[in-house]
Design a protein around this ligand. Structure first.
Ligand code: BDR
Ligand code: CA
Length: 380
């Protein structure tokens, strides 16, 4: 399948022009009928000789302090074969997240991996960023060298479609930011949902948000994109705030990183030290939370997490709750009651319980940090 690269140049304008509010809703709703996913939590597979095959992944990210740790974990782990890194606007504008992605790939000596820029803003909403949590440069104020490598010309959504379609059923997407790029890819190529093996994402929560009481940041920023992904039929593994809130960086972990001799440990230690200092300065309890690397760890050591099957949908219409992830565990799938005289006569109950997501509901933080530090400090 060949996509026209030029059409992404002003992707958001094009999207807004070609996808009116109702078209987006049609897509959000229509896709739910596409496929009944086989739920999965995957690990690297073995062939008949018992040789372990690395899991092929594309990482979509908005670095971002915890994204930086996630990239280092993925790039330093032999269980994963990182096919590409795609950047999206999220924690900071794309003009910052894309160079950061390049910097991190370079620090891990992986200039062979293509890095592509993607969406500069959510599908239909105004951009919201999180510089207060990640620093104005997205890396806690730590200045890492200017990247020497440059992004590929292909738009992130094109690149996702191309790589996934070249090897149907082989490539897993890892979503660490707002899901705009992945939603754009699904919109451009409705067969993509069948081509990808699954998506593992950091986002959402079944126990309250971190931007509003309802919504987690990545879903809050682009609820329509999240909804398109959750209705796509792609088997989803959701590593949300329910578990990521429990993996806080501590002084002892920072010291272990500082003891590392390689470039990734030194970069990780400096970022960790800086972000911890910001935390202390603002009198916050505990340490910074490493959301995104925990999602990556689900593909390396799934036993670090405990999963339960849910049918998850994303709230897109609530003025207070947009971006909330709502999970049903069983029938009936009840919705809000219909408004008198408006719309369909009943929206109260719909469909049957069809799990579309493995939701991480518990975590072993010590095992996670052991893995993270071992990988970042190792000479991969
Ligand atoms: C998520 O939001 C971002 O700030 C982090 O990088 C993470 O992906 C946590 O809500
Ligand atoms: Ca992120």
């Amino acid at each position: 399948m060949k996509l026209d690269v030029c059409r992404w140049k002003s992707d958001r304008r094009v999207f807004l022009k070609t996808a009116t509010g109702s078209a987006i809703i049609a897509m959000i709703e229509g896709q739910s009928a596409i496929a009944k996913p086989t739920l999965f939590v995957q690990t690297a597979g073995s062939n008949s000789l018992g040789v372990t095959k690395a899991t092929r992944v594309i990482i979509d990210t908005d670095p971002g302090v915890d994204d930086a740790f996630a990239l280092m974990l993925a790039l330093q782990s032999p269980e994963l074969k990182v096919e590409a890194v795609t950047a999206v606007a999220g924690n900071l504008p794309l003009g910052i997240t894309l160079p950061n992605a390049l910097r991190l790939v370079e620090i891990c000596d992986r200039a062979d991996i293509p890095v592509a820029g993607g969406a500069a803003a959510p599908l239909i909403r105004r951009q919201v960023t999180a510089a207060s949590a990640h620093g104005e440069n997205g890396l806690g104020g730590v200045e890492l060298p200017e990247p020497k490598i440059t992004p590929v010309k292909e738009h992130a959504a094109d690149l996702i479609c191309r790589i996934a379609n070249q090897s149907p059923g082989e490539v897993t997407l890892i979503g660490l930011g707002p899901l705009t790029n992945i939603a754009l890819a699904l919109r451009a190529d409705p067969t993509l949902s069948k081509a990808v093996k699954g998506i593992v994402l950091m986002g959402g929560s079944l126990s309250g948000g971190n931007v509003t009481p309802a919504a987690e940041f990545n879903f809050y920023v682009d609820p329509e994109a999240a909804s398109i992904v959750f209705n796509s039929g792609i088997p989803i593994t959701m590593v949300g705030l329910d578990v990521t809130r429990k993996v806080e960086l501590t002084e002892s972990y920072i010291r272990q990183l500082e003891a590392g001799k390689n470039k990734p440990s030194q970069a990780a230690a400096r970022i960790a030290r800086a972000i911890m200092a910001t935390y202390k300065k603002h009198g916050q309890n505990g340490g910074p939370t490493l959301h995104d690397p925990l999602a990556v760890s689900a593909l390396i050591r799934p036993n670090i997490l405990t999963f339960e099957d849910y049918q998850v949908k994303i709230e897109t219409t609530g003025t207070i709750t947009a971006g909330e992830s709502v999970g049903w565990k069983r029938d009936p799938i009840n919705y809000a009651a219909a408004l008198e005289n408006i719309g369909p006569s009943s929206t109260k109950s719909e469909g049957t319980f069809t799990p579309n997501t493995k939701v991480a509901v518990d975590v072993r933080p010590d095992e996670f940090f052991h893995l993270l530090i071992e990988r970042i400090t190792s000479n991969a």
